[in-house]
Ligand binder design. Structure first.
Ligand SMILES: *[C@@H]1O[C@H](CO)[C@@H](O)[C@H](O)[C@H]1NC(C)=O
Length: 211
């Protein structure tokens, strides 16, 4: 019985090691999401925030608020959860761009938007943007002038393959390798997936991962 348990544990460990590995001691996580999505809220608050608290110094995060947005021939876009979803996604692209290079601040900002009362999506509010240090005038200008930058086109391009292959929001991708089973493991237990990847690289000093 005991040996069978050990074998099962080893098997599960190996399958984890197979799925994500470090690149130069780090793990890059792409998170494709959309503002109105309940699963994205749960993932950010219950999985990403705690995993980042534990392993953030090894992580490079990239948030892409575009989700299943569709662009029509007449140039308009429609979002999975309607106009509020589009507005909040656009604001998030603006603020994330404002905070580029500062992963701690980007995560703090996204955690603000994806927890109650969901300021941008639910209230049409700049509250989280302001807390992130982006002035309201600058945020408002960015939201209303998408033709002045390429944030929408970049988000659309980055989201196309993850949405097509993974099919759901949030879409979680490690080190640019789009993989459906790794996505689902990360969706359910991100800290564990990250821990096994880091533990497999002795330079990180990370040990003692739990499933
Ligand atoms: C643009 O096209 C979409 C999809 O065909 C349509 O629903 C929408 O009303 C159109 N918008 C305008 C401004 O023409």
């Amino acid at each position: 019985m005991a040996s069978r348990l050990i074998l099962i544990t080893i098997f599960i460990s190996i399958s984890y090691v197979d799925c994500v590995q470090t690149v130069n001691g780090r793990v890059k996580i792409f998170i494709g999401l959309t503002s109105g999505c309940p699963n994205a809220r749960n993932f950010i608050t219950s999985q990403l925030v705690p995993a980042y608290a534990e392993y953030g110094k090894f992580l490079d995060l990239e948030f892409v608020p575009w989700g299943k947005t569709e662009r029509h021939e007449n140039g308009t876009v429609t979002c999975q959860f309607g106009d509020n979803d589009c507005w909040a996604n656009r604001l998030q692209r603006c603020v994330l761009n404002h905070l580029r290079g500062n992963t701690d601040a980007q995560l703090q900002y996204m955690a603000c938007e994806y927890r109650q009362p969901y300021p941008a999506y639910q209230l049409g509010s700049f509250q989280c943007a302001r807390e992130a240090g982006m002035g309201i005038a600058a945020a408002d200008f960015c939201v209303n002038n998408p033709q002045m930058d390429t944030l929408d086109e970049e988000a659309e391009a980055k989201s196309t393959d993850p949405i097509e292959i993974i099919g759901v929001v949030p879409s979680i991708v490690f080190n640019d390798n789009i993989d459906v089973s790794t996505h689902w493991q990360a969706f359910r237990r991100l800290a564990s997936v990250v821990c096994f990847a880091l533990a497999d690289d002795s330079s990180t000093g990370v040990l003692g991962c739990q499933i």
